[in-house]
Design a protein around this ligand. Structure first.
Ligand code: AMP
Length: 215
């Protein structure tokens, strides 16, 4: 199964996508995580991406398409993958379709996770992540056991993402509306779109996501 998770920043694509990919034995391909790794390692890509990411803007399409083209051909992705954070523009979606077609493959589904803006801003400003394993916590709804360290890496302090400040979050929501939301119609027209409510308890949302993927 090759699946795209669509939805605004903070809706839970990473958390839900990780669980879905793990349960089904598919690769989770998060372009945001790939970029944050490149920034941490200070690679040329990381240096190019950092300023754009900190400002809540998009990294150029050709760069992102190149990254995804390579990543989707790695061994763990051959049995299926969940894309989190890609495509984010119509040209990226076109490129994804074309790269799969070149390999005689196709995208099976695009699942839209939805939630109101105020909920997204609230969630993102209380979001913390483990720099080691990228597990995401929420200081309000899903805190770490001791409030400061990753449950799975007790020596590692949780940190907030540089782009999770309220001003940057609002910019990212705007960028989502302008550039990414048109993909909802794009995939609906291709009869690939399923919609899942991203609000509610984590397990409840996951249940709806699972049902959408199975159905
Ligand atoms: P995310 O973790 O998906 O919220 O992504 C964090 C940031 O990385 C975004 O705000 C963008 O600056 C950049 N980014 C991630 N994926 C993409 C993409 N497919 N196209 C352009 N920029 C991206």
């Amino acid at each position: 199964m090759r699946l795209v998770l669509l939805g605004p920043p903070g809706v839970g694509k990473g958390t839900q996508g990780r669980r879905l990919a793990t349960d089904r034995g598919w690769a989770l391909i998060s372009t945001g995580d790939m970029l944050r790794d490149a920034v941490a390692r200070q690679t040329p890509l990381g240096k190019q991406a950092k300023q754009l990411m900190d400002a809540g803007q998009l990294v150029p399409d050709d760069v992102m398409v190149g990254l995804v083209r390579e990543r989707t051909q790695e061994a763990d992705a051959l049995g299926g993958f969940v894309l989190d954070g890609f495509p984010r523009t119509v040209p990226q979606a076109d490129a994804l379709g074309a790269m799969l077609a070149e390999r005689s493959l196709e995208l099976n589904m695009a699942v839209l996770l939805a939630a109101p803006d105020e909920e997204l801003v609230r969630r993102l400003s209380s979001r913390w992540e483990c720099p080691e394993c990228r597990r995401v916590y929420n200081s309000l709804s899903a805190p770490a056991k001791d409030g400061r360290h990753c449950d799975d890496h007790p020596a590692t302090e949780l940190r907030q993402r540089a782009d999770d400040t309220e001003a940057t979050v609002r910019k990212r929501l705007q960028v989502y509306r302008d550039n990414t939301a048109p993909l909802i119609e794009y995939y609906r027209k291709q009869h690939l779109l399923k919609e899942v409510q991203g609000i509610g308890a984590l397990d409840e949302v996951y249940g709806s996501l699972n049902a959408a993927v199975a159905g």
